[in-house]
Write a protein that binds this ligand. Structure first.
Ligand code: PLP
Length: 401
């Protein structure tokens, strides 16, 4: 009896480029080698005590479904938090609480696009956008941002030429994963104007909003065009509050039709987790002054250490990332994927090695980024120094094979 066939959608969904080499890392670990994990965006910063306090305060005898839109208090305090930090005036009704930014992105794609419609994205890109596109039947159309330009947005004409009759939205992530680039107000303004002229949605993924290391001033597309019906903001507690496993994010827009349609999808999945939303509301309401500043300072120290160490390795081309906690680096090897595997399979330095993510998987265009890798600076400075020492020694040994 032949097996029932899988869908083309399932078969075409790409595997995560950051987890692809995980079995090699597991083998190295089993062989007693310490593996510095710079491949994945899992911060090691302690989650805020205020979140755990919130968990302890949950006293209901039944863990019931939450409202599909989200916990009423969480919508209220998140709106207040954003209004306070950005100096704007969102309302709780503009929020839909989701299972991380991931679900908010799926809701946005599903609300804005029919199967076959297109969303313009910028290459290299957060690789899971491809998964969300696959789930929603949407096509992503990449516009290349070049390493030589520090991955800044290309000129307007190069974005505009990608717009077709099927384009429904432009999606930008700032501060950016994987490049660490932060869009200027002018760049966001340019994208908004383009969307306005061509009648498109502008989806802004602000998962890393407060992780900006130069001249920090809290800034969002909401500061520019918060009342516009075409702006959809994606937010998350995962990274800035070191709460990846809490699975709490949101979709935020002034567009009532988008909210109504996203709510229908939210109703079909019933609700995001009740206890985590309860604890998140307590955390956002009570978070101590200076928490985010402390975390930002820590990542600035790590960013500086990583950049300083990479710059010293012969043949490596690194740019100083302005935000998030990633950077994409050019390595003096023909194939970064092969080098990353070599580091895990064949090399160790004082019993240690480093796990990096080959960058080709972050490009939608084939044969881009073959010599590049993404480094996530989610380890403390000391570990970063040692991880980059291992990379430098690994590059030298790799070149002599
Ligand atoms: C740019 C970007 N958007 C969205 C997400 C998803 O985050 P979460 O679903 O944990 O909120 C991530 C996670 O790494 C990310 O880097």
């Amino acid at each position: 009896m032949p097996k029932p066939a899988l869908s083309r959608r399932a078969l075409n969904t790409p595997p995560s480029p950051i987890r692809k080499l995980a079995p090699l890392a597991a083998r190295a670990k089993k062989a007693g080698i310490h593996v510095y994990k710079l491949n994945i965006g899992q911060p090691d910063i302690e989650s805020p005590e205020e979140y755990f306090e919130g968990l302890r305060l949950f006293k209901d005898k039944v863990v019931a479904y939450e409202e599909s839109q989200g916990n009423e208090k969480l919508c209220r305090v998140w709106s207040k938090y954003i209004n306070r930090t950005l100096g704007i005036d969102t309302r709780p009704e503009q929020f839909i609480i989701t299972v991380g930014a991931s679900e908010a992105l799926v809701f946005a794609f599903m609300s804005c696009c029919d199967p076959g419609d297109e969303i313009i994205i910028f290459d290299p890109t957060y690789a899971n956008y491809l998964g969300f596109a696959s789930i929603s039947g949407t096509s992503l159309v990449p516009v290349l941002c070049r390493m030589e330009d520090n991955f800044a947005l290309p000129e307007r004409g190069r974005i505009e030429e990608k717009i077709t009759g099927r384009t429904r939205a432009v999606l930008i992530c700032s501060p950016n994963n994987p490049t660490g680039t932060v869009c200027s107000k002018e760049e966001l303004g340019l994208l908004f104007d383009l969307c306005e002229e061509r009648n498109l949605f502008l989806i802004v993924d602000e998962t890393y909003r407060e992780f900006v290391y130069e001249d920090f001033e809290p800034f969002s597309i909401l500061n520019l065009e918060g009342k516009s019906d075409r702006v959809i903001v994606i937010d998350s507690l995962s990274k800035r509050f070191s709460l990846c496993g809490a699975r709490v994010g949101c979709l935020l827009t002034s567009n009532e039709e988008v909210l109504a349609s996203a709510l229908k999808i939210a109703q079909a999945r019933l609700a995001a987790p009740t206890i985590s939303q309860f604890a998140s509301a307590h955390m956002l309401e009570n978070i101590r002054d200076g928490f985010l500043e402390g975390v930002r300072n820590e990542f600035r120290i790590r960013r500086d250490a990583l950049y300083a160490a990479l710059k010293e390795i012969p043949g490596v081309v690194a740019h100083k990332p302005q935000g998030a906690f990633y950077t994409v680096v050019q390595l003096p090897v023909p194939d970064a994927d092969d080098f990353a595997s070599y580091m895990l399979e064949e090399f160790s330095y004082n019993g240690k090695t480093t796990f990096i993510a080959p960058a080709a998987g972050f490009y939608m265009q084939n044969s881009q980024g073959l010599q590049q890798a993404r480094f996530a600076y989610v380890l403390n400075k000391n570990d970063i120094d040692e991880a980059i020492e291992a990379i430098a020694a690994g590059l030298e040994s790799y070149s002599k094979r």
